[in-house]
Design a protein around this ligand. Structure first.
Ligand code: ADP
Length: 487
């Protein structure tokens, strides 16, 4: 059943429940389209509460057998899934570019990045050590066990359609949990493709389930079902807050990776070439649609003009086009609403005195959808501008001049968000001082690309809680239990 209309890159147009590829009752479905061309890629199921409960039931039934396997067995399967993703990297990257829009090279990079989370988690599952604690009573021993929480619900966004799944699925499976994945309605095909590879890898039926459809219907079915013991969510802060309130009902364990508003600080002693290259990749990757991309640039007086001219030159060189095009750096935005938000932020910045040095408008490309926005650079950012407080989620950099370290650290921290932050300096003392002072979960110190499977990705404040990656992620999917053992 390879019914999807993207040539040889097709995947199932069905959902994975209990090891079977199933369609929605009554054939309900919704279309997935290419944001660059509006071409219909597939019609996939719109599952309701019943099917979601069925998926939860399958995951619950599979849990006993799955948790009973050795960590080495589970890790081997998780690693095998990583290997299959690498084997099919080209196909998966094309699929991702088709449904999400990002340049093909970035999509291929994401497939490798996604596989790296599986590799890491598969290994880390073997190191879920417990403890033996000396007790205060000589006739007792205290044994600490780490056990999987149970069925994990996984809700993911469209901006990283594969990596946001594997970053959660890998550790969940490695720890001995089973999973029900609800991908974004905008990018479900990458998720279904991972499901197909999970079947090929040989995961037992019910260990990995995928349901697509109306977000609130599926979400509410998760919250109403006490067989779900964990929700890991990546998405907007507003939705995260709603889900957290709903999770109260069953005291659901939560991981929340929410929005960000990253400051990017360039001190006068920075390596300017390095800072400019990082500013470009950090801001314009995925057309600015990443939760850790730089949102506010602060550049010190003495190097302001030099930085701006180098930055502007680099931004002008970025090619806009369909993600499959040669040398394209900026693909389409995900949908019309996204373009309208960027337009609103740029218009607001202009009204409030911002000077548009590069871009500042849509780019019309013959035969393609009207969803491309020129990489944009704005000078003279002020705290009153919308782009200074809200996530723009588009290819727009806005820059403000600063004078002192204390001033810029205070500005950087003046945000409700606390996910990623960046700064550039060659002064070792300043490096440690500023890294410690920034109220963010992630600090890129002379580094515009800090994400990696080894490190504990996550935020503070309105950017959420919980950590994904590294040894720390296993805490998200395990419970501590102690056995007080009287001799
Ligand atoms: P973004 O669109 O910026 O990625 P969202 O927070 O809107 O962020 O979406 C992230 C994920 O959350 C998507 O999979 C979306 O379908 C899902 N989602 C949105 N609203 C709900 C909801 N009420 N219940 C469950 N999931 C939701």
């Amino acid at each position: 059943m390879r019914a999807i209309l993207i040539g040889e890159h097709g995947v199932q147009s069905a959902n994975l429940i209990g090891g079977e590829w199933v369609r929605a009752a009554g054939g309900a479905g919704h279309q997935v389209t290419n944001p660059a061309t509006d071409a219909v890629l597939a019609e996939i199921p719109s599952m309701g509460a019943d099917e979601t409960r069925q998926a939860i039931g399958s995951a619950r039934d599979a849990w006993g057998g799955w948790r009973g396997r050795t960590a080495a067995d589970r890790g081997a399967l998780v690693g095998l899934l990583a290997g299959l993703m690498r084997r099919d990297a080209d196909r998966l990257a094309r699929l991702m570019t088709a449904e999400q829009g990002k340049p093909l090279a970035e999509a291929a990079g994401e497939i490798e990045y996604a596989a790296s989370f599986l590799d890491w988690a598969g290994e880390e599952g073997k190191r879920l050590f417990g403890d033996m604690i000396p007790a205060s009573d000589a006739s007792k021993r205290i044994l600490v066990l780490r056990q999987p929480v149970g069925v994990a619900a996984i809700i993911t966004p469209w901006n990283f359609p594969s990596a946001m799944i594997t970053r959660k699925l890998g550790p969940a499976l490695a720890a001995g949990c089973t999973a029900v994945i609800k991908p974004s309605e905008l990018t479900p095909l990458s998720a279904i493709a991972i499901g197909e590879l999970a079947v090929e890898a040989g995961f037992p039926p019910g260990v990995v389930n995928i349901v697509t459809g109306d977000a609130a219907t599926i979400g509410d079915a998760f919250f109403d079902d006490d067989r779900v013991r964990k929700l890991s969510f990546t998405g907007s802060t507003g939705v995260g807050q709603k889900l957290m309130a709903k999770g109260a009902k069953n005291l659901l364990r939560l991981s929340m990776e929410l929005g960000g508003h990253a400051p990017f600080i360039v001190f006068e002693d920075a390596d300017l070439d390095k800072a400019i290259a990082a500013a470009v990749s950090c801001k314009y990757r995925n057309a600015g649609q990443t939760c850790i991309c730089a949102n506010r640039f602060y550049v010190q007086d003495a190097i302001y003009d030099r930085f701006m001219s180098g930055f502007a030159e680099a931004v002008r060189a970025l090619k806009v086009g369909e993600g499959t095009g040669e040398g394209v750096a900026i693909g389409p935005l995900i949908n019309d609403k996204a373009v309208e938000k960027v337009e609103k932020h740029v218009a607001d910045a202009r009204e409030k005195g911002g000077r548009v040095l590069v871009g500042g408008e849509r780019v019309n490309i013959d035969g393609l959808a009207d969803r491309f926005y020129a990489p944009t650079l704005i000078d003279g950012m002020t705290p009153e501008m919308l782009l200074h407080t809200e996530e723009t989620f588009g290819p727009v950099a806005a820059v403000r001049r600063f004078t002192t370290e204390d001033e810029v650290v205070a500005w950087a921290n003046d945000s409700e968000f606390g996910l990623a932050s960046y700064f550039f300096t060659r002064d070792a003392s300043r490096l440690m001082r500023v890294a410690e002072a920034l109220e963010y979960g992630i600090v890129g110190a002379n580094d515009g690309g800090p994400s990696t499977a080894q490190a504990p990705f996550g935020g503070v404040k309105h950017s959420g809680f919980g950590r994904e990656g590294g040894k720390y992620v296993m805490d998200e999917y395990t419970e501590y239990k102690y056995v007080s053992w009287a001799l």
